[in-house]
Design a protein around this ligand. Structure first.
Ligand code: GAL
Length: 367
């Protein structure tokens, strides 16, 4: 409990910043949080961010005196369903769930509701169920807008014309993850004026989210698709200038596919401008090396801290206030949401945004 005061101060600050407040002065009652078991379910250990997320939530809750049962399921839906049922049987007081397929857990959520266990949907919205109490995430539409902005800036789209259009290919996230819709929509709304005036083109014609989606955010699948696109649509004078990517491992995989056919080494074929998301170590290294152009940093420490404060508030029997009650309809209800801000990271602001904030250390980045 020695870090309790610090953690409380941090979360209080965070909520002041995000505009969220708690009825009855939530974060002041330290003793109220003692002793309950909290279930935390994350999708996979094979992605850097979920490890950071899991650790942030676990450590934050433990600092407030809770016990935490943290589960990962290797992106396997039946395993995740089983884990949630087990946690309900173990008597957890609150469930924090980052789903694999947002629509696959309705039975588990009904079981949680029957056992009066509040459910917090973490980062990804749990869909098609009335049994979701809160959603803690980033503003996913805004994140998508930042992905669009990255291409607008990186490709200097304001200077592009129909006479000399810029060529891009588009990648979207996993179709079973509701976030993918926000990312795609936010980016496409930003890019639309450039498509409309013919300054931006997709030579493959593959634009629909259903066609450009990447199941389970699988970088290998994206790399294969990029290789196929390059061989089918980019011969002769047709050069790929940019890639819309919703996720750093997809960005890096696409860059690999491009390098394998001469981008970045052959004359007239610079590496395409590609953004990304999650600010993973490998992408920050790539950005510093001048390869990946940018990424979107969604600070998992803030998301973890916001979740911890929400859990603590619920455990104290208080009602969270100041939530967004309009933006996130999961198909069964509007889920009250806390939406955090994200930051674009390019080579120019790696130091203030990533290193000075301690998100990655210079040692991790090999500096
Ligand atoms: C999304 C998440 C992204 C990224 C992706 C792949 O749901 O919002 O930040 O992590 O999953 O894991």
């Amino acid at each position: 409990m020695k870090n309790t005061r610090k953690a409380l101060a941090m979360t209080a600050l965070l909520f002041a910043a995000s505009g969220m407040a708690f009825a009855n002065g939530g974060a002041q009652n330290q003793a109220g949080g003692e002793g309950g078991l909290i279930g935390v379910v994350m999708p996979t250990r094979s992605e850097e961010r979920w490890i950071k997320d899991g650790n942030a939530v676990k450590e934050g809750l433990e600092n407030l005196g809770y016990s935490v049962n943290l589960q990962y399921s290797d992106d396997d839906i039946p395993t995740q369903s089983r884990q949630i049922d087990d946690l309900i049987t173990k008597g957890v007081k609150v469930l924090v769930i980052a789903s694999i397929d947002g629509s696959a857990l309705s039975n588990q959520l009904a079981n949680a509701a029957a056992a009066k266990i509040p459910v917090i949907s973490y980062d990804r919205l749990l869909m098609q169920s009335p049994n979701v109490d809160y959603y803690v995430s980033f503003d996913n539409y805004k994140v998508g807008g930042q992905m669009g902005d990255i291409l607008i800036t990186g490709l200097k789209l304001d200077q592009a014309t129909a006479a000399k259009p810029v060529n891009v290919e588009l990648f979207a996230g996993s179709p079973d993850d509701n976030n993918s819709i926000g990312f795609y929509q936010g980016a496409m709304d930003k890019l639309k004026p450039y498509f409309d005036k013919g300054a931006l083109k997709v030579p493959s014609g593959q634009i629909d989210r259903a066609v450009i989606g990447t199941l389970r955010w699988d970088a290998a699948e994206a790399q294969k698709r990029m290789e196929n696109l390059l061989s089918a649509y980019y011969s002769g004078n047709v050069v790929l200038n940019g890639i819309l990517s919703p996720y750093d491992p997809i960005s890096l995989a696409c860059l690999e596919a491009c390098k394998s056919v001469g981008y970045g080494s052959a004359p007239g074929k610079p590496l395409p401008v590609v953004g990304g998301q999650d600010c993973i170590v490998a992408s920050v290294k790539s950005i510093l090396a001048g390869e990946q152009y940018a990424t979107v940093l969604k600070d998992t420490r803030s998301l973890g801290a916001a979740t911890v404060t929400l859990v603590d508030t619920l455990m104290q029997g208080k009602t969270p206030t100041g939530l967004d009650t309009k933006s996130y309809n999961n198909g069964a209800k509007i889920v009250p949401s806390l939406l955090l801000d994200s930051v674009i990271v390019t080579k120019a602001n790696v130091k203030p945004a990533v290193i000075d904030t301690g998100y990655h250390t210079t040692a991790e980045l090999g500096l």
